[in-house]
Design a protein around this ligand. Structure first.
Ligand code: UFG
Length: 341
């Protein structure tokens, strides 16, 4: 069997960590990326970790003809689709950009994966499809999805629906959507990590940039939520654990003799508050972080974390790394970026 795996958005944050784990597991990942939201320097980082160059197909995932011509020439055993825009706020300002890139990109790669061949396919979905869960904090795959509040959220909601509808049209396909909770951290080598473009919206990059002196203070959005300490609670998962889940997902699909369609939560099963993350960062890295409480951020979910029973039962996968590991690795990565400046 061919060991080639096409990874769209393979130069991005989660994509690049998945390239490493696929390589470690004996696969030959191929990056499909046009670097619109990533930097070619990631290729050097990957070479440093893996010890060889990773094959690159430079291009846009919406270019179905490009992908089809590649798949006709090369035997590819699986496709993992990350390439998408992911900033919630930006998606409200530029909805057409999000619908075009995220929905058109998914349709394009699915056409290439399913029309001529039946290539196992893994899709990056998000816990955003649950919205604010009613009356429960821990959500399982059976928890009702809600209509999302941002175009970004809608592209993930719609992406899952597109995949479900495709499976109804052809039940021999092998398809899986992974609902990620909050990925954080970086590879422990500090050779790859998250490279936010502009001012970060997400908590961890803002913490590390504040610790590096780029921002004066972290603003903690909301202090009086009905949670353990008044700040919002999320399920933060180390990006390497998340990358390992993709390898397990692919292996599961490769083992199937007939078609299947699965949707799986990928988190740790544990919630942490914003303050708990801040305090973990301070303790592990032995430094004080400058922060202040600020008004609630509109649209924030109060508390959500994953029920991960299905991931364990179906994929034999479980997150192994802690919040402490993640904040240590995130800080090492931030320092390595600053050392290059
Ligand atoms: N937060 C702060 N200060 C900051 C940044 C974030 O207090 O400067 C807080 C937020 O208010 C929230 C928590 O940190 O309570 C986590 O915020 P993130 O922006 O890191 O993550 P979100 O949970 O809001 O968003 C993530 C993904 C989205 C996805 C969403 C689904 O980034 O892509 O989960 O719920 F849509």
């Amino acid at each position: 069997m061919s060991k080639k795996v096409l990874v769209t958005g393979g130069a991005g944050y989660i994509g690049s960590h998945t390239i490493v784990e696929l390589s470690k597991a004996g696969y030959k990942p191929v990056i499909l990326d046009d670097f619109r939201n990533s930097d070619e320097s990631v290729l050097k980082g990957l070479r440093g970790i893996i010890g060889r160059d990773i094959e690159l197909l430079k291009g846009d995932v919406s270019n179905t003809a490009l992908i089809q011509s590649y798949l006709r020439k090369e035997a590819v055993c699986g496709i993992i689709h990350f390439a998408a825009n992911k900033a919630v706020g930006e998606s409200v300002e530029k909805p057409l950009l999000y619908y075009q890139n995220n929905v058109e990109g998914l349709v394009s790669i699915l056409k290439a994966a399913s029309e001529e061949q039946n290539i196992p396919f893994v899709f990056s979905s998000s816990c955003t499809v649950y919205g604010e869960p009613k009356g429960q904090k821990e959500v399982s795959e059976q928890t009702a999805k809600t209509i999302p509040t941002s175009p970004y959220g809608f592209t993930k909601w719609l992406g899952e629906q597109i995949i479900e509808d495709l499976f109804h049209s052809n039940n021999q396909l092998r398809l899986m959507s992974l609902r990620y909770f909050n990925p954080i951290g970086a590879h422990e080598s500090a050779l790859i990590g998250e490279l936010p473009i502009g001012k970060p919206n997400n908590l961890l990059p803002f913490i590390t940039q504040t610790a590096a002196g780029i921002h004066e203070k972290l603003k903690i959005f909301g202090a009086d939520y009905p949670t353990v300490d008044g700040t919002c609670v999320r399920d933060y998962i180390h990006v390497v654990d998340l990358a390992e889940a993709h390898v397990k997902a692919l292996e599961f699909l490769l083992k199937q003799q007939s078609g299947c369609h699965e949707v799986v939560n990928i988190g740790t099963g544990k919630g942490s508050s914003v303050l708990e993350v801040v305090h973990a960062f301070e303790k592990v890295n032995n430094m004080a972080l400058n922060y202040e409480f600020a008004p609630n951020r509109p649209g924030d979910v109060i508390e959500i974390y994953a029920n991960v029973d299905y991931a364990e039962a179906l994929l034999g996968w479980q997150a192994k790394r802690s919040i402490n590991d993640a904040v240590r690795d995130a800080w090492r990565w931030e320092q390595s970026i600053r050392a290059k400046e």
